[in-house]
Write a protein that binds this ligand. Structure first.
Ligand SMILES: *Cc1c(COP(=O)(O)O)cnc(C)c1O
Length: 403
């Protein structure tokens, strides 16, 4: 029998829902695309999106911005993080995270990653105790959520302010509390490859009135902050408005219009993603040569991607595995590859940060593979992908199974 080949496209998203297209067309017909270009008494798509996202996460305040990276940079700036300050952050994350730290002139201090793909809390404890960092920018990378209660205790013990990067956890929670609600700020992305799609975009949430007032000023509010739907009261702005620079990065009504129907649909989409994930997880649970991360009961994840390791395989064997899977239509990203390819980036390719050694992360990334799960895939597609992965894992050198 010849090897089966998967025909799906790993970067094909679903179309924008018709209701969102209609809302976007209405915004274009109005000619009022700028968030502050409102008819009297109107909140507009951006203000409504902010209200709805605040309600969905339980946050007091929400600000819609131009990107997830912008949301993180704004959170850091609002907290007063500046040139030379050290910011603790994940070594295993994507480029916009250390980039946001560098954008305010601060210095990323990388933290180790565990085999379960979450932040290594022992390393956090050690580096928080040893250094003078006051801020932790925690990335819930690839949707894996660490024990946030234990993390919170470490932050309190060492006086660390937490910012959460929730680019991969919109709609996800830890023990019932949405991610983004554990830190001073939660930062989300609405870029095409995340959980709701406006091409580019970001959302910032917080319960802290003064921090959010600064964030609104930073985003470029031209003193029009009274036109927000989920911002602090105008009195709070009196305290910050002359001292906070304008670093324009607002969202416009067009993107907000595209996002609102998708946000309302997020719980249903999350369930679909997790159904795809469970097909892969179940099919590969006992597969030879392949290790899956354990997902704790308190972690209510949204699995828009799937990770596994080939713990026993040497680099050449993994490179060959990736090539064979690609030939069979299964597109994998290998975080251990020597050069960054596509979105695969490693902390040692961010050379603007001081060189650091993270042996545990190196060991994890060396054998870590990643695949996207677009919602254009069916459960049957995922079953086929799992068969191909298991099949190729059996062919790894040293694997015991007979063909
Ligand atoms: C996508 C992403 C972001 C934000 O990205 P933008 O492209 O700036 O919206 C932040 N963190 C991680 C881990 C991401 O993958």
């Amino acid at each position: 029998m010849s090897d089966e080949i998967f025909q799906g496209n790993f970067t094909q998203q679903e179309p924008i829902p018709e209701a969102a297209i209609a809302a976007a067309v209405a915004v274009m017909r109005s000619g009022r695309l700028h968030r502050y270009n409102l008819a009297p008494g109107e909140l507009g798509e951006v203000g409504l999106l902010e209200q709805e996202f605040a309600a969905q996460t339980g946050a007091r305040y929400c600000l819609a911005v131009a990107s997830g990276g912008y949301a993180m940079g704004t959170a850091l700036r609002a907290l007063g993080v500046g040139p030379g300050d050290k910011v603790l952050t994940n070594a295993f994350t994507l480029a916009p995270v250390p980039g946001a730290v560098a954008a305010v002139g601060a210095v990323p201090v990388f933290l180790e990653t565990t085999e379960e793909l979450v932040l290594d809390l022992d390393d956090l404890e050690a580096k928080a105790a040893a250094g003078d960092a006051r801020t932790l920018l925690l990335s819930h990378m690839r949707g894996h959520i660490c024990d946030v209660e234990a993390l919170g205790a470490i932050c309190t013990r060492h006086g660390l302010t937490l910012i959460e990067d929730c680019a991969h956890t919109m709609g996800a929670a830890w023990d019932g509390t949405p991610t983004g609600r554990f830190g001073a700020f939660g930062c989300f992305s609405t870029q095409t490859y995340k959980h709701i799609n406006s091409g580019e975009g970001g959302l910032l949430i917080s319960d802290d009135a003064e921090l959010m007032a600064r964030a609104v000023m930073l985003s470029g509010s031209y003193m029009l902050y009274a036109r927000h739907g989920a911002a602090p009261d105008p009195e709070v702005f009196e305290r910050v408005k002359y001292d906070t620079p304008n670093v324009s990065g607002r969202m416009d009504h067009l993107r907000a219009a595209v996002l609102r129907p998708q946000l309302a649909d997020l719980p249903r989409q999350a369930a679909r993603w997790n159904a795809l994930y469970r097909v892969l997880e179940t099919a590969l649970a006992g597969a030879e040569g392949l290790a899956l991360p354990h997902r704790p009961g308190k972690e209510q994840f949204v699995a828009s991607s799937f990770q596994f390791r080939l713990p026993e395989a040497a680099p050449q064997a993994i490179a060959a595995f990736v090539a064979r899977c690609a030939a069979r239509g299964v597109e994998l990203k290998w975080f251990g590859a020597a050069e960054p390819v596509g979105f695969t980036s490693r902390y040692d390719s961010w050379r603007y940060a001081p060189a650091q050694t993270l042996p545990r992360t190196d060991r994890v990334l060396a054998t870590l593979l990643d695949l996207r799960l677009p919602l254009t895939f069916s459960e049957a597609d995922c079953a086929q992908i799992a068969r191909i992965l298991a099949d190729e894992a059996r062919r790894l050198p040293g694997a015991m199974a007979a063909e």
